[in-house]
Design a protein around this ligand. Structure first.
Ligand code: GTP
Ligand code: MN
Ligand code: MN
Ligand code: MN
Ligand code: MN
Ligand code: MN
Length: 199
């Protein structure tokens, strides 16, 4: 495990910590942009109330709910659908960087990944934009991540140059690599380009 990471059990042993769980929902697709650029995969993120990109999910209270049932509850609020999340969907847990030096209790963020069908992703998008209680409040909208690179460099590089909450950007990058959603060389180029466009 990388430094700063802890196992699910170690994380839960910290009684004084606050816990947040977020999930990357994704699917394969045969769709092509402009009829020629393969979309390959749909990854869902959200535009948050604070203008930052992040994954759906939120704060969980382990004294009242399991991490996974708490994440399901957050998904009901933010996506308008009760998606079952299981322990097998857990990827990693780590300490979040303190948001302010005076913040009292440490935050542990738990990350999950769940593969769905393209039609299930569409159902999530429909519910998130209509019946979700948090729509237009905590969540301004769901967005798909462009995984391709256009001739001028647009696509993934431009997406990565936006601002993300916490370590959501590295959660996205590591997941794309681990699940082979983008070729390593293409991802590397997009990361280099996103730093340039950011400056
Ligand atoms: P409230 O209902 O207003 O409490 O929000 P919430 O429960 O939905 O919490 P939120 O999703 O904002 O997550 C809680 C904290 O986790 C945030 O303040 C961030 O520090 C962190 N966080 C939020 N989204 C992500 C994410 O996608 N990845 C990571 N690593 N951390 C996140
Ligand atoms: Mn068009
Ligand atoms: Mn929430
Ligand atoms: Mn949230
Ligand atoms: Mn919440
Ligand atoms: Mn809330």
């Amino acid at each position: 495990m990388a430094s700063g990471q802890l196992s699910r059990a170690e994380a839960l042993a910290c009684s004084g910590c606050r816990h947040a769980c977020h999930v990357m929902l994704y699917a394969d697709t045969k769709a092509q942009l402009f009829g020629r650029i393969p979309i390959k995969h749909i990854i869902l993120m959200q535009m948050r109330f604070d203008g930052l990109l992040g994954f759906p999910g939120g704060l969980v209270n382990p004294s009242e709910e399991t991490l996974e049932s708490g994440l399901s509850r957050e998904l009901s609020e933010e996506l308008g659908l009760a998606l079952p999340i299981s322990v097998e969907d857990h990827v990693d847990s780590c300490y979040a960087a303190p948001s302010s030096p005076s913040s009292s209790s440490r935050l542990i963020t738990h990350f999950y990944v769940k593969k769905m069908d393209e039609e299930q992703i569409r159902e999530v998008e429909r519910a998130a934009a209509s019946t979700a209680a948090d729509h237009g409040l905590e969540v301004l909208g769901m967005v798909r991540v462009p995984l391709y690179t256009m001739k001028g460099g647009g696509g993934l590089a431009s997406f990565l140059s936006h601002s993300f909450i916490g370590n959501a950007r590295s959660q996205l990058v590591h997941s794309m690599l681990r699940l082979h959603l983008v070729a390593p060389g293409e991802l590397h180029k997009a990361l280099m380009h996103s730093l340039k466009t950011h400056a």
